[in-house]
Design a protein around this ligand. Structure first.
Ligand code: V3L
Length: 85
């Protein structure tokens, strides 16, 4: 059976899925045993730390969100800021 994991970042009242490319990069880094992963998201560099399971802006450490690795069916608000009711 195919096992697919989806990464999520926290919004105000729920979780957003990362876009497909970011999810691919997160899975690759996580499965390689890397401690973290750097992503360019909407023109801004973020670091996703797999120990603390948080996403933080590299230029402003106060911009921090929780992240989670779960099944794609875990309830979400949408994908990368695009709502999917
Ligand atoms: N992927 C896409 N956009 C992101 C991501 C990401 N992983 N992380 C942050 N942003 P900050 P509600 C989010 C966007 O953390 O109503 C959602 O995608 C972030 O977008 O302070 O609170 C929604 O579009 C925000 O616009 O660096 O659930 C929006 O918030 C901006 O980067 C509202 O979601 C600054 O985030």
């Amino acid at each position: 059976a195919e096992e697919v994991c989806q990464w999520f970042y926290e919004g105000r009242n729920g979780w957003w899925k990362y876009d497909e490319r970011s999810n691919f990069e997160l899975e690759n880094a996580f499965n390689a045993g890397d401690p973290d992963c750097t992503l360019l998201l909407a023109g801004t560099l973020y670091n996703i730390d797999f120990q603390t399971m948080t996403q933080v802006r590299r230029s402003d450490q106060t911009r921090r969100r929780r992240v989670r690795r779960d099944t794609p069916s875990f309830p979400s608000k949408g994908i990368a800021g695009i709502k999917t009711d």
